[in-house]
Design a protein around this ligand. Structure first.
Ligand SMILES: [Zn+2]
Length: 209
């Protein structure tokens, strides 16, 4: 692991991982080399774990060819070159636009899941909207509008179900307090596992289409 040390006018030490091979350490200007080594030694395990996680996520994301293939609920359904006219001769930007449009034309698949789960759980919503947020899969506002990231379309259905149940439970609790999670568990007993699995798909949220 390569650690770049940046001495600057500051009071605290901040360590951040840039990628699986490099980290950045910001330290106060006059901190001794000994103290820096000590600090890095104490964070060695943390850095290794973080780097390992990045590697695992990279391996996981490699299994998906999201720029060329269309996935619906975890299954590869076809190649964009066969689904979108003239796809191969488009610029990267155009490709992205068309991919997004193609997925959005399947958004009703997500709406169907919400309707079904709302009926099953008795939890309500007013309206569903699509979002392309870079950090979240869904949200639920006090006016009962559920926003769902269209990239959920790429995820296995059981993970989509978890996200939808999560958002529907916000119709009763506008927070993540224990009572909220007790309600989530009623309809999705293994929600902790689902949350972990969902984390692995974080690369999709960040991916540009
Ligand atoms: Zn929530």
């Amino acid at each position: 692991m390569r650690v770049t040390i940046l001495r600057e006018k500051r009071k605290t030490i901040v360590l951040s991982l840039i990628d699986e091979n490099s980290a950045l350490l910001k330290v106060p200007k006059h901190l001794s080399d000994n103290k820096i080594s000590e600090f890095l030694e104490s964070k060695k395990r943390w850095l290794e774990n973080k780097a390992q996680k990045i590697n695992q996520d990279k391996e996981f994301s490699k299994a998906f060819d999201i720029k060329n293939c269309f996935y619906l609920f975890g299954k590869q359904e076809g190649k964009f070159e066969d689904l979108i006219l003239g796809f191969n001769s488009m610029s990267e930007k155009e490709k992205g636009l068309h991919i997004r449009k193609y997925y959005l034309s399947h958004f009703s698949n997500l709406e169907d899941i919400v309707l079904k789960l709302s009926e099953k759980t008795g939890l309500v919503f007013e309206k569903i909207k699509s979002t392309a947020a870079k950090t979240i899969w869904g949200s639920y506002s006090s006016d009962r509008i559920m926003k769902l990231n269209w990239k959920l379309l790429l995820l296995p259905k059981e993970l989509v179900n978890y996200v939808v149940i999560h958002e529907l439970c916000h119709s009763k609790h506008m927070n993540h307090k224990p009572q909220f999670w007790r309600d989530v568990a009623k309809f999705c007993p293994d929600f902790k596992l689902k949350r972990k699995q969902l984390n692995q798909y974080g690369f999709l949220l960040k991916a540009c289409f």
